[in-house]
Design a protein around this ligand. Structure first.
Ligand code: KG4
Ligand code: ZN
Length: 390
């Protein structure tokens, strides 16, 4: 199945083309194209994402990104690659060959479904994507004489979770060999809005072990970055600064580390940073030096990644996980990846995290989430659901 997926839940306008195949035991997602148009520059002056501005930018960017996507030529599956499970695969392949030969693909006829994020996210931003998807759906079904394109809603957080299964079309062989995801698994999904630890028995059967009681991990990164005068989004900025600092310089708290549950809390560490900066400035009567900033960034990053890795490790041990999965925007953090990889090595189990481009918001993961719902024969309503959860 070829899906055209649309993601507009926050500040990235993204559209992707993904070839999905296989059943729930071994789904395959080959990303043919994934375009992300970031609105970060628009939101920087406000220090965070402004929902109505996000909507305006999505409405502006969606047609542009779609145009870029539709100029894309569908590659033909390489020899030896697993074919999609649909019985009309051969027909589709011939159709694709013709399109590649013609060199141009204005191409609803090769697309089986449009997938769009329905939540969670910023309501106006979600609506922008949903309305756009509906229009496209109407237009394509009005012009296509033979077959109907489907319209599928998708859950953004399921997208983050399933981003672990995405492979790039050019890296198909290498990546699928390297990344073998066995169940049971524990999955840490850490983004700007969520911090969730899951126990997964299978692709679709999971239990939420814990989540944040206050700020999400990414949100804490963003807020601390702002305290240090760094622009939004703060995660990559803090990580960059932290590289030059001493992570043991300051002992910031690691809230709930020793609680027996699997919940998290990051507002305490954020407040500890705030007080530390306030006291330092008061004591010296000067602004923070660059060295002090790097030490704060490194010590903060250590506190957050330590507690995430520690609790994930405890869950992996308790539940006998064969794989540790990490995804969501904060999964782009190299220190966190390193720590969880080490945990997995120590336990003799696997560790998987998406390719870097699929950690932060992207539409490829939305295609994966929508396809899994199709396999489950379940549907999301096509309305913005800002609080949709996993
Ligand atoms: O998943 P995502 O793109 O959006 C949401 O669904 O929220 O995650 C964005 C979050 C932001 O808070 C951003 O600061 C954080 O991911 N982030 C990072 C890094 N890159 C992005 N946090 C820590 N280290 C990074 N390298
Ligand atoms: Zn996200």
């Amino acid at each position: 199945m070829i899906l055209l997926a649309i993601e507009t839940s926050c500040d990235e306008t993204s559209i992707a083309l993904v070839e999905a195949s296989g059943g729930l035991r071994a789904p395959k997602f080959t990303v043919l194209k994934n375009i992300i148009s970031s609105q970060i520059a628009v939101h920087i002056p406000f220090g965070g994402v402004v929902p109505n501005l996000a909507k305006r930018e999505h409405l502006k960017n969606l047609p542009k990104v779609l145009r870029q996507i539709l100029n894309f030529q569908f590659p033909i599956s390489p020899p030896g690659a697993d074919p999609p499970s649909e019985d009309n695969f051969q027909k589709r392949k011939n159709q694709k060959s013709k399109l590649v030969a013609s060199g141009y693909t204005p191409n609803p006829s090769s697309i089986d479904a449009i997938a769009v994020t329905v939540g969670p996210g910023l309501e106006p931003a979600l609506w922008a994507g949903i309305e756009f998807a509906k229009e496209l759906y109407k237009k394509w079904n009005a012009t296509s004489d033979k077959r109907q394109v489907k319209l599928l809603g998708a859950n953004h957080m399921e997208g983050h979770l399933y981003s672990n299964w995405l492979t790039n079309s050019d890296k198909r062989q290498a990546t699928s060999k390297k990344r073998k995801i066995e169940f049971p698994a524990v999955a840490l999904v850490v983004s700007g809005g969520h911090t969730i630890l899951l126990y997964m028995q299978s692709m679709t059967k999971w239990k939420k072990l814990g989540e944040t009681r206050d700020d999400a991990a990414g949100e804490a990164f963003d807020k601390v970055a702002r305290m240090l005068g760094l622009p939004y989004p703060g995660g990559p900025q803090i990580a960059k600064l932290a590289k030059k600092g001493d992570c043991n310089a300051i002992n910031f708290p690691q809230p709930m580390r020793n609680h027996q549950n699997y919940d998290f809390s990051f507002s305490g560490v954020k407040t500890a940073v705030l007080y530390y900066i306030r006291d330092k400035v008061k004591a010296t009567g000067k602004k923070l030096t660059q060295k002090e900033k790097t030490d704060i960034a490194a010590s903060f990053e250590r506190a957050v990644t330590d507690v995430l890795a520690y609790k994930t490790a405890r869950a992996a041990r308790e539940f006998g996980a064969k794989t540790i999965l990490l995804s969501g925007g904060v999964a782009a953090n190299q220190l966190l990846r390193k720590k969880l990889k080490k945990v997995a090595e120590n336990f003799g189990i696997a560790f998987a995290a998406p390719e870097m481009e699929y950690n932060t918001d992207n539409a490829a993961m939305i295609a994966a989430a929508a396809y899994i719902r199709v396999l489950q024969k379940k549907k999301y309503r096509l309305i913005a659901q800002s609080n949709l959860s996993l």
